[in-house]
Design a protein around this ligand. Sequence first.
Ligand SMILES: Nc1ncnc2c1ncn2[C@@H]1O[C@H](COP(=O)(O)OP(=O)(O)O)[C@@H](O)[C@H]1O
Ligand SMILES: [Mg+2]
Length: 374
Amino acid sequence: MHIKSLSLHSFRNYQSATLSLTPGLNIFVGDNAQGKTNLLEAIYVLSLSKSYRTTRETELINHGAQRTVITAQVAKMATLDLAVMVSELEKKRLLVNQKSTTANSFVGCLNTVLFIPDSLQLVKGSPGDRRRFLDVQICQIDPVYRNNLLKYQRVVRQRNSLLKGAFENRSQLSQLPAWDNQLVSLGTKIMLRRQDVVETLQHYSKSAHERISDEREDLHLIYQPFFETEENIALGRKYTSAHVEDTLRQKLQELKMEEVRRGYTLVGPQRDDLVFRINDADLKKYGSQGQQRTAVLAYILAELELMCQETGEYPVVLLDDVMSELDRNRQMLLLSILNQKAQTIVTTTNLDSFTPETKQRASIFRIEQGRILQ
Ligand SMILES: Nc1ncnc2c1ncn2[C@@H]1O[C@H](COP(=O)(O)OP(=O)(O)O)[C@@H](O)[C@H]1O
Ligand SMILES: [Mg+2]
């Protein structure tokens, strides 16, 4: 799929901008603070219905305006018109072909993979960062998962407030079994889907890694359910639904008093993780920075393949200022792999980081103070 055209009204530092994109490579060049990241953020909002940079959505509205409207025309099997409106006065609206719709049917219309300098921290970052990476991809390809995840997050919030209250007043614990049942049933579904997706990502990231690493190294990506220690997980092990469900129940029993003492939920997929190994060594502990970066790049390319396998189409790739973070070889490899596959939207402060051949085939735009010039 690709974005044919895009328009922003009162979005961040844009008053009004409309542009057509090529299905191939689009490069946006500009100095700092001109609106490059804002532009990618707008596309991300059209994809995920919300920003990755803020939870306060009115921040997206241009200072001085009361609402922002962003729209895109997306070419896939059929052409889709997407729109997001965020207003200070009304609830956010999501539209597909001019009709209001729910976030659950909006997400998935435009699929994206976002790669920002922070993404390079994926291996070294927190388990929460890795779960977010995973969830953002699965939510785009599976509305049922997205729904379960949102429900699950509500269950954990409710359960946490119950546990906090129970510290003072034990009688509140009588309400716990109802929440436990939901935690187990939703938690099991989430964990099994994650397990499946990580297996697919493992397959693709291994072959992407072979392609982009100079050394002959084996990348392993392994799902680590919350109940397993890092030492115990192994490539190829599959947990059945019954096993996950039983373990959730058993851990809830075991850790109940500890949960009351701490006042929050200790059991469930909100404590899952992903482990990267190279030739069986943990990349987080033992990998060089170069190895970690190569692994992240392989992971990003695997996300592309995952989405294509699940939806039949490659997502749009958003690369914010990452070229300067990658060495020349990796830049060329990345762009040449993407070239055959996905619409790519790149921002940069400096066009010199691209080869003449790359610039030749790209649509190049200049961004200055919230204005886009071609
Ligand atoms: N709601 C807003 N209204 C007006 N300007 C904004 C808003 N939010 C951010 N900006 C401005 O956008 C600019 C940053 O844009 P950004 O896209 O992050 O820059 P870069 O080109 O470096 O990626 C800053 O000047 C910031 O003040
Ligand atoms: Mg930026």
